[in-house]
Design a protein around this ligand. Sequence first.
Ligand code: SF4
Ligand code: SF4
Ligand code: SF4
Length: 246
Amino acid sequence: MKPRVGFFDFASCEGCQLTVLNLENELLDLVELMDIIEFREISSETGGELDIAFVEGSICRPEDVRRLRAIRRRSRLLIALGACADTAGINALVSDRPEAELVREVYGDDPELMPAAGHPRPLSAFVQVDGRVPGCPIDGQEFLAILQALLIGRQPELPGFAVCAECKLAELPCTFERGIVCLGPITRAGCSAHCVAEGDRCRGCRGMVDEPRSGPYYRILEEHGLDLDAIREQLRTFNLAGEVKK
Ligand code: SF4
Ligand code: SF4
Ligand code: SF4
């Protein structure tokens, strides 16, 4: 029997699911190896036990918690798909301002239109998470590698090194040389330093490496007079809900 796989979403822009769908040709090959049981963006089919549930989005409301726990009960493995699910991502930025103020800004003063927004949390705040596909959005090729590992019963591994390593390999000029702070020295690699290659800086969407202070690239921060506390503010964009490791 083929492994049964499902895709689910909570508070998110659905960009990570779209990244999966954009894999078109590779996915068609993979469909030979698995049955996609649920995937709201392509099918209305639902139900049954799952071998792997990929879950996108942050958990905000009590009904989200109930639904997430129901998905957990029917899934052998539950994988956080993207930063919103992994760290609560940019959704957690709502915590910076009063909820009522934000809701009024988006929905106006009509109380009928105002939803209960809640406080976005990562999946791991409520259920056991067996793996993660980091990034905002995820990297399609990394998703495929993780899926393939799961399908053959292997625990997928994320790079243990920082984005700087990929940046140096690509011989990209360091943004610090232009006086622009970059979070690459403490951010987990795997995106080929995408943002730096596009002329921007790393904003930490893939989360931190495990031991940021002992990483070889940490000295880039030190050389520019920055320590973990100084860049804590910078990490808020994608990591507000998570612990910034000391
Ligand atoms: S992680 Fe980013 S791309 Fe993925 S659903 Fe969240 S906001 Fe969208
Ligand atoms: S700090 Fe940023 S720009 Fe500089 S090497 Fe590291 S990833 Fe590249
Ligand atoms: S460079 Fe940084 S912000 Fe950009 S995709 Fe990679 S980890 Fe995310």
